[in-house]
Design a protein around this ligand. Structure first.
Ligand code: A3P
Length: 283
């Protein structure tokens, strides 16, 4: 096991999320109007964050992840004067208790786990903050066991799935955003109570396209204050392919079968499992 990651309550975390910080999360003082942007890594977090930042007069400030940096970073979040949009990859259990008590709005982003696994495999390879996997097959085994950063995809999604129908929780699907961007973003803005007119919406769609975001990342110097995922502030590592169904280029038929069996077993009582199946043509 690499020194880049450490285990906290059975789950792997990056070194930047120290044990001390993770122990202190419950001291975080949520505000009623906070918006949490929650996801398992590689589900489209940067994309949704960019959409929110592109909404004119949204009156929000996108912060760094709550699990990023040392304890002083947690304190610094108190000084944000505007309505905060706080990204995080924490599971429901680890999310600060005040977020639950104050019923802060939660946007949970979810993506087909086979594409998520492929995306995370590349992130492991390219990101100096993560240990380089030997092969795709070896990585996939770790992914299925939940022996990757932020733990098992299944545990993460299922931990939030229980709250899917709560009034303060909205699930956004990566695949739906790809299929019908305007429809899914309108769902989000009406959930957040922010009005966006049609011409603003077209501008947002243009500014947040994969190609636009990728070319902007190349031009930008990496700004540590623009960290959305605790695993890196280097946006050049984020925009790889941006498509649905890239898993087909990596999974062998046997790997697909094993994965699908586990998916069916773990997700059998989950609405999210059913929705994902509808978005993704699995056969
Ligand atoms: P791929 O590695 O499959 O390309 P996160 O932001 O949660 O780290 O997720 C990263 C994934 O979202 C990457 O997937 C990335 O390419 C994809 N992504 C980022 N911006 C996107 C956009 N504007 N449109 C579509 N996909 C995007």
């Amino acid at each position: 096991q690499s020194s880049l990651l450490h285990r906290y309550k059975g789950v792997l975390f990056p070194a930047v999320s120290s044990e001390e910080l993770l122990d202190s999360l419950d001291s975080f003082d949520a505000r009623e109007d906070d918006i949490f942007l929650v996801s398992y890594p590689k589900s489209g977090t940067h994309w949704v964050a960019e959409v929110i930042e592109n909404i004119p007069d949204a009156g929000v400030t996108l912060t760094y992840p709550i699990e990023w940096g040392d304890i002083s970073k947690l304190e610094e979040l108190k000084t944000v004067p505007k309505r905060r949009v706080i990204p995080t990859h924490l599971s429901y259990e680890m999310t600060p208790v005040t977020v639950k008590q104050k019923k802060c709005k939660i946007v949970y982003i979810v993506r087909d786990p086979k594409d998520t696994a492929v995306s995370l495999f590349h992130y492991y390879r390219d990101n100096p903050n993560l240990p380089s996997p030997d092969t795709w097959a070896a990585f996939l085994e770790l992914f299925l066991k939940g022996d990757v950063v932020y733990g098992s995809w299944f545990d993460h999604v299922l931990s939030w799935d229980k709250y899917k129908n709560d009034k303060n929780v909205l699930f956004l699907f990566y695949e739906e955003m790809k299929q019908d961007f305007v429809k899914s973003i309108k769902k989000m803005t009406s959930f957040l109570g922010i009005h966006v007119n049609d011409s603003e919406m077209s501008r947002i769609a243009r500014n947040t396209s994969f190609s636009e975001m990728k070319s902007n990342a190349v031009k930008e110097n990496c700004d540590p204050n623009h960290t959305i995922c605790a695993l890196t502030s280097d946006r050049n590592l984020v925009f790889r392919k941006g498509v649905v169904g890239d898993w087909i280029n990596y999974f062998t038929p046997k790997q697909k079968r094993v994965f699908d069996e586990l998916f069916t077993e773990k997700m059998k009582h989950s609405d999210v499992g059913r929705c994902l199946k509808e978005y993704v043509n699995t056969d």
